[in-house]
Design a protein around this ligand. Structure first.
Ligand code: NAP
Length: 329
């Protein structure tokens, strides 16, 4: 590890709270990989809404303090533990999780959470794969058991998970509807795989979706804001339709009767409840998308690590259509 100093720049969180608890330090020790772990020089790190829930201390999983946030990095392998067989120094990689945190110059990740990054994608795109694409894949296939030919509505299609869902659904032969809240968002949704796009800020957009779906209704809804939309979603579903709860920012009242006649399902998804087999399956499918070219992460605002508090403010205010927010190191 001749080129690696002892200390690195990184964000550390010593107490849960507002974005200001994200402290930028320059003297954090560079971590050492264990036997089945990989040390990666981070080039970019994805910023996800879940990072803010964990930082605030309101998420189901709480890390031990102090910690460095960030699961979705891309970069170059710097060193590997002695039982690592799949990677070597110099490999271009991305991760679906890290052990020591991705908002840092170097991170250590367990071998099974590290994936080769094909040459077709740059490091910025590599940092935009994990949470958005693995969540979208899990929702559509592992939870909704979606099948080619079905109509899928991506309710909130202009953001990180939404764009990923549109690209995946289009590649796998679904009829894809997506919603966004601005003209730029609608444009983006159409460019990234949706056959039709609807503005979720328009009063009558639910009727427009209903008309576009025809008498049968929508087979699968991937829902990014269920506390606003779940009741309407139940009206839109086909017989045997499924709503997959991806995003939720509060409670909502629904009438359970709306599920009865059509035998509808409401299914929650939690990416981090994926089994090792689930990760493997999704990784293989998404790798296929990277190689054949339909998986194209869209990069938005870029931040330096020092700006982490601002990035966490912005992601909660974020209107979609701006592309994935990332740190660039
Ligand atoms: P994001 O990039 O901030 O995107 C948010 C999306 O929500 C945008 O497309 C936005 O559209 C849309 N939206 C705003 N108002 C809406 C409305 N009334 N109806 C439908 N959509 C609306 O966030 P993300 O990374 O895609 O994540 C989306 C949600 O999923 C977040 O709440 C996140 O925490 C959650 N999530 C959950 C899991 C899981 O495992 N369950 C995994 C990843 C993410 P406009 O801005 O165009 O209006």
């Amino acid at each position: 590890m001749a080129s690696v100093g002892k200390f690195m720049r990184a964000i550390r969180v010593s107490e849960f709270g507002k974005p200001e608890v994200l402290k930028f330090l320059t003297d954090v020790p560079v971590p050492t990989p264990g036997e089945k772990q990989v040390l990666i020089r981070v080039h970019a790190c994805g910023i996800n809404p879940v990072d803010t829930y964990i930082r605030a201390g309101v998420y189901a999983r709480k890390p031990n303090l102090p910690y460095t946030p960030g699961s979705d990095i891309s970069g170059v392998v710097e060193d590997v533990g002695r039982h690592v067989t799949s990677f070597k120094k110099g490999d271009r990689v991305f991760t679906t999780n890290t052990i020591t945190g991705g908002y840092a110059e170097f991170t250590v990740a367990s071998e099974e959470t590290v994936y080769q990054l094909p040459e077709k994608l740059n490091f910025k795109q590599g940092a935009a794969i994990s949470v958005p694409y693995f969540t979208a894949y899990r929702a559509l296939f592992q939870k909704a058991h979606g099948r080619a030919g079905e109509v899928v509505l991506v309710h909130g299609a202009s953001g990180g998970v939404g764009i990923a869902a549109c690209q995946i659904a289009r590649a796998y032969g679904f009829k894809v509807f997506g919603t966004a809240g601005s003209p730029e968002g609608l444009n983006l949704v159409l460019k990234n795989g949706a056959h039709k796009a609807f503005n979720h800020k328009e009063k009558d957009y639910i009727e427009k979706i209903q008309a576009a779906a025809g008498g049968e209704g929508v087979n699968v809804i991937l829902e990014m804001l269920s506390n606003v939309n779940l009741s309407n979603d139940l009206q839109l579903l086909s017989s045997g339709g499924r709503v997959i709860i991806i995003g939720c920012r509060g409670p909502i009242e629904i009438n359970p009767r709306d599920t009865m006649a059509k035998e509808s399902s409401i299914i929650g998804v939690s990416l981090f409840s994926s089994t090792q087999d689930d990760w493997k399956e999704a990784g293989a499918a998404l790798f296929g998308g990277m190689e054949s070219g339909w998986l194209k992460p869209l990069i938005g605002p870029e931040y330096s690590l020092e700006k982490a508090p601002q990035a966490h403010e912005d992601i909660m205010e974020n209107s979609g259509a701006t592309g994935k927010m990332i740190f660039v190191l």
